[in-house]
Design a protein around this ligand. Structure first.
Ligand code: ATP
Ligand code: MG
Length: 287
């Protein structure tokens, strides 16, 4: 397994994370990435991804969760910019289909897990099952669960399933990093209003998002429970301040790069047999 990079935004593994104490604005005087820094980060990630692919041992899973308008899409775009598109895949998880509801709640994301050598990105994820569903437990009625649903235990049961699945994946070579993009309620309001104000952003405005906003406190509680139950050394959560988008993207990029550097990726070394075969191939090519 790997060492979660240190960060003031790392969610502790002991269950003591308090969401109302997690800052939505930068708490380090850490920099934005300047143009030069951004370019360096992009090049670095590109390089690391090539070695990840060549080594073909680890898979990397990046999970993004957030309230609406926190900037999931633009962060994913910014961080993965320049990475070989064939080396990474982005999946966005919306309301489950009827086929997906015919399976257990981890099935649909499990099918999208990255293979060795690749970076998989989840834009929303299996965590929706303990977030939106917890805030709106009536959704459970459509999930075809057997027997009576016990609302006292179901969330802890689900969180346990998630924790165990992630530990299993980590033991088998998947490096998991999870980002909660932590936007404030005021900043969300500003961004929604901007979507209404600017015709070219109107398409992003979703009246339902304003309704969802009424449940802010319930969401914060659900996030706090989920992050406490599942931030572990093998699958850490980072609660990244999201009110400043450039700062947020820079911090996510830094953590992804530090993680990949930390797992000791290397190009595979040719064996003696390989070297013999290379020599043979060279003789044939040169003949
Ligand atoms: P954007 O608005 O930026 O396009 P989005 O991720 O908000 O991206 P939407 O289509 O607006 O996408 O919303 C997807 C909705 O699906 C969210 O409200 C989310 O909570 C919901 N959703 C995701 N997974 C589940 C799930 N397992 N059960 C019920 N609802 C879910
Ligand atoms: Mg949306």
């Amino acid at each position: 397994m790997f060492e979660a990079p240190a960060s003031p935004y790392l969610v502790p593994f002991d269950g003591n994370f308090r969401i109302d104490e997690a800052s939505t604005v930068p708490i380090t005087d850490g920099h934005h990435h300047s143009g030069v820094h951004r370019k360096a980060a992009t090049d670095h990630l590109k390089q690391l991804q090539r070695v990840l692919a060549a080594g073909d041992r680890h898979a990397v899973l990046l999970v993004f969760q957030a309230m609406d308008a926190a900037g999931k899409d633009s962060t994913i775009r910014a961080v993965m910019q320049g990475v070989d598109p064939s080396g990474c895949q982005v999946y966005s998880f919306k309301k489950p289909s009827s086929q997906e509801l015919d399976h257990d709640f981890l099935w649909r994301t499990a099918r999208c897990l990255p293979e060795r050598g690749r970076i998989g990105i989840f834009n929303r994820s299996h965590y929706e099952e303990v977030l939106v569903v917890r805030v709106h437990p009536q959704i459970l009625a459509s999930q075809k669960l057997p027997g009576e649903v016990n609302l006292e235990t179901i969330w802890d049961d689900r969180l346990k399933s998630i924790r165990e699945q992630e530990e299993h994946l980590a033991r088998n070579g998947t490096v998991i990093l999870k980002f909660f993009l932590n936007v404030s309620r005021d900043e969300q309001k500003r961004r929604f209003l901007a979507r209404l104000d600017h015709p070219e952003r109107n398409w992003k405005f979703e009246p339902r998002d304003v309704v969802e906003r009424r449940h802010w406190d319930d969401y914060m509680f659900a996030y706090q429970e989920a992050l406490n139950a599942t931030s572990r050394p093998w699958a850490p959560w980072y609660a990244i301040p999201a009110d400043d988008k450039r700062y947020m993207r820079a911090r996510v990029a830094d953590i992804v790069i530090a993680t990949l550097k930390g797992i000791g990726l290397r190009y595979p070394e040719p064996t003696d047999d390989d070297l013999e075969r290379f020599a043979e191939a060279r003789r044939e090519l040169e003949a």
